[in-house]
Design a protein around this ligand. Structure first.
Ligand code: HEC
Length: 120
C-alpha cells in the first residue's frame, strides 16, 4: 500500500473521495437534507400532513416538463401571498417563504426536487 503526500494510504484516500462525490446522489443524504432544512416538519414521503406528501407531489407533476424549475421556485418562495403565485393549492395551508424557514440554496433545492420527483 503506497501512501500519498497527506499520509493516507492512496487507496483509502481514493475511496474517501469517491464516497464524498457519490454522497449527494444517495437518497439517505437527501432525506437528511430535508430533515436539516425542516421540510419534514410539514412533509412526509408517503403521508399527507400539513403539506402534501412528496409522493403526491411527484404524481401530480409527472410529465410536466417544467416541474423541476417550478418546484425549485416554490421551495424558495413558498405558496402564500407574494410568492410565485401558483394558481392551485392542495388545501387551505400555505407553504411559508424561505425567509421564515431554514434557507435552501439552488443546488440543495435541485437535489430535493430530483429526489421528490423520483418518488412516484
Ligand atoms: C410550515 C410547513 C412547511 C414547511 C416547513 C415546508 N413546506 Fe412544502 N408545503 C407546505 C404546504 C402547506 C404546501 C402546499 C401549499 C399549497 O397548496 O399552497 C407545500 C408545498 C410544497 C411543494 C409544492 C407542491 C405543489 O404542488 O406545488 C413542494 C415541492 C414542497 N412543499 C417542498 C418543500 C421542501 C423541499 C421543504 C423544505 C425546504 C418544505 N416544503 C417545507 C408546507 C411546508
Amino acid at each position: 500500500m503506497s501512501t500519498g503526500s497527506n499520509g493516507w494510504p492512496a487507496d483509502i484516500a481514493i475511496a474517501l473521495v469517491f464516497l464524498l462525490l457519490s454522497a449527494p446522489a444517495h437518497a439517505g443524504s437527501v432525506q437528511a437534507l430535508l430533515k436539516a432544512k425542516d421540510c419534514l416538519v410539514c412533509h412526509d414521503n408517503g403521508k399527507d400532513r400539513i403539506g402534501p406528501s412528496f409522493r403526491h407531489i411527484a404524481m401530480s407533476f409527472a410529465g410536466f416538463q417544467n416541474a423541476r424549475f417550478m418546484l425549485i421556485d416554490i421551495i424558495h418562495t413558498g405558496t402564500g401571498p407574494g410568492s410565485g403565485d401558483i394558481s392551485y393549492h392542495w388545501g387551505s395551508a400555505r407553504m411559508p417563504p424561505e425567509d421564515v424557514r431554514v434557507p435552501v440554496d439552488d443546488a440543495e433545492a435541485g437535489k430535493m426536487v430530483d429526489y421528490i420527483l423520483g418518488l412516484k
